[in-house]
Design a protein. Structure first.
Length: 523
């Protein structure tokens, strides 16, 4: 167990994974607690802040066992793939737990997926059943899958014994966001939750303190919602708040945090930027973690002022998550850095030959991390290409700075301009410090003289006019706070940026737009 009693260097050097021969995540997240403390609070539903609904571990097990029996009735057995297409609530948590009890494989699916996105994933996975809510789910009727709606299902008293699965027994198939190319399914074993827990603990300044209660607006279909909050919270005995909403708003976030007594939050960067743009302040929090996109010094300072905490940035990806993190209660957070390697994960910057380097290189993780995927589903070539020797390539570029890893950019996002390599995140962070900017995406635009020029797509705050004078002011701002060679030579104002369902800017679409502008075919 990671505690603040020992310093980071000692803990990192002495940490060893303690993974039993038999491991089932349904036992970790539900049955262990249901046997020891059935009345302990597991999930607090704050969808209606005036009518909170409390579910104990005993309640959670009853929901999961009811679901498991229904899946058995529908012919689901070990190894079968089952989709979970639901928002945050007790049945969503129970669905994954029930699937794992049977030794089957759960597939988290976003409610915002269109019919094509759903069919692509479900056909690729060969899913037998999809667990849904009461909404109309377009596209499922054309697939050879059974649709299961558990809402209102009578709860059974029959207990289902979990299958004796092993750490590498397939348990969950999570598809990448697909910002570049078709989505790939990262197949994880039952050890994936164990692999997440150290990073979750440190990113929340040692999660598990008395009165801790955790929530995230991130969908539980995203690995950040499912394995950075829901399942680790349940495994650690920390109450998890569920709240269903069509979209995130600062007012709603404040209401949920206040009503449910939330002390720990995972805010995606987009949510933080929305809070900042609304000049929101939130009190009563003990920890805030964020990951998915770099924050930068400006957002860290804003967090201290508006949220009363130092935001702990963490890093990972669907294929191997929670591998790097900041921990303000353990060591000083470094502005512009994503943190230090989490105990249990050997992370480094490597060169083209696979050797660790102090220069800029590829962020990579050594085989053996418990949160590392087993493989890409049905894609042995892609799995092989993901590794350079014993190093799993993240596809991100980074550099060591004073003992911290600094994120430079996606391997295909780094901008080469006049011989300089420019990380788009640094320019985005700088532009976000300007009072007129709500959010921004930066890409390289092809240029015959400089190879590429820095191009910024900016969404301004409400009541701000997007003018040529503002564009020049933003250029001057970057020259002042970032670097004169890295300022955006072009700025285009948009009403909204293209985003993945996880809240990341889709730079691929912005690059395509920049190329279209070059050819005179701008949208």
């Amino acid at each position: 167990m990671i505690t603040r009693d020992r310093d980071y260097d000692t803990t990192y050097g002495q940490f060893r994974w303690d993974i039993p021969a038999f491991l089932n995540m349904a036992v970790q997240t539900c049955d262990d607690w249901a046997n020891r403390a059935p009345d302990r609070l597991a999930i607090l539903d704050a969808t209606d802040c005036d009518n909170l609904r409390r579910y104990s571990y005993g309640d959670l097990r009853r929901h999961a066992d009811t679901m498991a029996q229904e899946l058995i009735n529908r012919g689901v057995t070990a190894g079968d793939r089952v989709g979970v297409l639901r928002s945050q609530d007790i049945w969503t948590a129970a669905a994954h737990i029930a699937i794992w009890k049977l030794g089957a494989v759960s597939i988290p699916l976003f409610k915002l997926f269109g019919s094509d996105a759903l069919s692509t994933r479900l056909r690729d996975a060969g899913a037998r059943v999809v667990i849904v809510d009461g909404d109309d789910h377009a596209g499922l009727q054309d697939l050879d899958v059974q649709v299961l709606r558990p809402d209102g299902m009578p709860l059974s008293d029959q207990m289902i014994e979990p299958l004796r699965t092993m750490p590498d027994t397939p348990a969950v198939l999570i598809y990448t966001s697909g910002t570049t190319g078709a989505p790939k399914g990262a197949l994880h074993g039952h050890r994936v939750l164990t692999g997440h827990i150290p990073g979750v603990v440190v990113s929340h300044d040692f999660l598990g303190q008395p009165e801790d209660c955790i929530w995230t607006p991130a969908d539980w279909a995203w690995i950040g919602g499912l394995f950075d909050v829901l399942m680790p919270g349940l495994a650690l005995g920390v109450p998890v708040v569920a709240a269903r909403a069509s979209k995130f708003t600062p007012d709603q976030a404040r209401a949920i945090i206040t009503a449910a007594g939330v002390r720990n939050v995972f805010f995606p960067p987009t949510a933080l930027r929305m809070l900042r743009a609304a000049d929101a302040t939130i009190t009563g929090l003990r920890s805030v973690a964020s990951g998915g996109e770099p924050l930068g010094a400006e957002m860290l300072q804003w967090g201290r002022d508006a949220l009363g905490v130092t935001i702990n940035e963490f890093y990972g990806q669907t294929e191997c998550n929670m591998t790097v993190s900041s921990c303000g209660a353990w060591f000083e957070n470094a502005p512009g850095a994503i943190g230090k390697p989490v105990p249990g994960h050997q992370v480094d910057i490597i060169d083209d030959q696979g050797h660790p380097t102090r220069a800029e290189g590829d962020i990579a993780v050594v085989r053996g991390s418990a949160s590392m995927m087993l493989e890409y589903w049905n894609q042995p070539k892609a799995t092989q290409e993901k590794f350079r020797g014993d190093w799993m390539l993240t596809g991100d570029r980074g550099i060591w700075r004073d003992g911290y890893i600094q994120f430079v950019g996606r391997d295909d996002d780094v901008i080469t301009t006049a011989g300089y390599r420019v990380g788009p995140s640094e320019i985005e962070d700088c532009l976000l410090t300007h009072p007129a900017v709500a959010t921004v995406g930066v890409v390289g635009k092809p240029d015959p003289l400089r190879t590429e020029v820095v191009k910024a797509y900016v969404v301004v705050k409400p009541d701000v006019s997007a003018t040529d004078a503002l564009a020049q002011d933003l250029i001057d701002h970057v020259k002042h706070c970032a670097a004169k060679h890295a300022y955006p030579r072009e700025i285009t104002f948009l009403d909204a940026l293209p985003m993945t369902v996880t809240g990341k800017v889709i730079r691929k679409e912005l690059r395509a737009r920049a190329i279209a502008e070059l050819k005179g075919h701008a949208p």
